[in-house]
Design a protein around this ligand. Sequence first.
Ligand code: NI
Length: 153
Amino acid sequence: MRSHRWDVSGEYSGMADLVRLSLSLPQPLLERLEGLMQQQGYTNRSEFVRDMIRDHLVAHEWQNAQQETLGTVTLVYNHHIRQLSEKLVELQHHYYHSILAATHVHLDHNLCAEVILIRAPAMQIQQLADHLRQQKGVLHATLSISSTGVHLA
Ligand code: NI
């Protein structure tokens, strides 16, 4: 595949502790990156890449964190699947001390949506989300992680 050198150096002369970096990317990946950069209003490649790296580091950091985090799990599932509703309730009861709220919505004759708000160490939230997702009949599960605010300053 054709590779394209994408020079991310920017106008950071005078910023002594910055390291200049260049990388090679396949052309289609470069085009998608350039598109995303424009879409998000970046005019500076370095700034775009720095933000992207920070986002990635934050996303990785919380997964290993023991600190308390706020998580929201959204499930879509078919309640006709045998024992599924019972299993989902039972799993949530294992985490009753961490679950702040849960909302159930009947989407149609077959499908249910459930939104569960959890306050716990990030790893526990991930564990619960994984267990819920793995149940047969769960069609979609998403986890979003937020902060309890303590470390947001
Ligand atoms: Ni329902």
